[in-house]
Design a protein around this ligand. Sequence first.
Ligand code: DGT
Ligand code: CA
Ligand code: CA
Length: 587
Amino acid sequence: MTRERVETVQQSKVRNEDIARAFGEVADILALEEENPFRIRAYRNAARTLRGLGEEVAVMIARGGDPDDLPGIGKDLATQIREMTSTGHLAKLDRLRPEVQALALELCHVSGIGPRRAMDLCLGLKPRPHFLADVLAACREGRVRSLPGFGVVSEQSLAERLKASMGREKRFKLADVQAIANELLANLRGDPAVETAEMAGSYRRKKETVGDLDLVVASNAPERVTRRFLSMPEMAQVLATGRTKTSIVLTGGVQVDLRIVPAESFGAALLYFTGSKAHNIELRRMAQRQGMKINEYGVFDGKDRVAGATEDSIYRTFGLAYIEPELRENSGEIEAAAQGRLPDLVRLVDIKGDLHAHTSASDGMNNLREMALAARARGLDYMAVTDHSRRLTVAHGLTADRLLQQIDAIDRFNAENAGFTVLKGVEVDILSDGKLDLPDDALGRLDIVVAAIHSDFALSREKQTERILRALDNKYVSVLAHPTGRLLLERDACDIDMKRIFRAARLRGCFMEINAQPDRLDLSNAHCRMAREEGVKLSLGSDAHRVGDFADLAFGINQARRGWLEVGDIVNTRTVSELKALLAAAR
Ligand code: DGT
Ligand code: CA
Ligand code: CA
């Protein structure tokens, strides 16, 4: 690299995350305008590619690379990436983003009314609304009922939903704040005045969504640490700042609370700010019963601090085993720690294979070989290829014939690549009546059949449950994929009788998936725990659509751990031959 180029790179402040966020917003707006789903998808894919890239695309361009070469990024998007890295702006987004669209988008998200109606509502109201509060006021003044498509009843229900959701806080998916959390930590850890810095709160408990980030720092120079924190490049707004406590909002809208304590209190502060609040309250009760006091500075027996530097020392003071952050929800973990029967939680390194992955034969971005080699490079021993079935035409779903061709291709790959196994599979669509989208003779030729619903999410509890039970009745079905269909912060879980489904699955020898896509995380932690109690085995799947997506397995492991799961609960902790035997036994 020439000196000049190095300087350009250093000057370009546009990070992959900024471009990804802009692309995500373009996709949201296009969706609002009911644009071509493929264009929308192209933007979302590009955003994910950028987020998963090891290198800043600005750096790549500076050294002569072309974003056009990145998977899933065509000419048009490459031009937009160049535009953002050189100007910091995306003119397209600025054109798309007049206030009214932003408001309509927000209205869709919070009120559940469709994109068209939201748009009509925003355009129809005079004076033009700027905030949700203006729309609420219009409802209250009776100005919405006279708009086409609205009436007194819909005006009233809109007002109620607006009121309810405006009281609700905004949340972020864990995957969307991970990069910024790491950046904050790295920045603070770079200061010699910082002895230790850790993320606490729901982020450390690995909840699927977080309300804000909580940072705990050990330092004897809090003023200096605060100054550094306030001068972070991503800082947008200071909410409050004092000697040991500061709250800011970052440019992406995430709030960060910082607490600075002396090193001898670090464990106590980390414990306190990791929470959950319910876990803290239970610990405080326990301390009181033992005649002690606990707060963010330590555990005190009278005036003596008896613990505080580490979390471990605090739990030990109360006679408890160390409790992993993922378990700290006051759902039995404190009793279990007292009785020495905490679960030995599964870890990412225990996972030997991935049981849900797509290739470019359906809607994936990489071919079979690229996916298999990437899975192997991650240390996995096997991977099931589970492309979509024919009914999902948007996803280029496979017919029985194309599936047979893929089976041959997998046989060839396995013959040429010892030491790694590609399992033959499919993600077969469950039709609305519970029948499957491919005939039994096709399914019978596979090692693993992953079944999933992709439509009719709003069926009644009774009908939805019957639909899934019918699908599970097919002896070839091995896994129920993303069982509730939820999309985090977007679509609620569908209404099903999970206990009945778990019981049927156990009898059939069918596994329940933990889908590790950070937008799904389905099953949830609560359902993971329920599955374990019902004796159903779980199957972890990345649902990868590109080579980088295998990293998402870590998000699935978070749910598994939050659901108290151990190695034995998850089938793909087994070797490929053990797994094959298990799959075959269920038929
Ligand atoms: P979030 O941000 O909504 O995803 O959830 P958290 O758990 O990160 O909650 P947050 O940020 O409000 O507070 C961080 C931690 O601080 C929380 O997990 C426990 C502790 N904490 C906050 N408020 C209270 C409280 O009123 N009592 C107790 N005992 N602990 C609290
Ligand atoms: Ca928090
Ligand atoms: Ca907080």
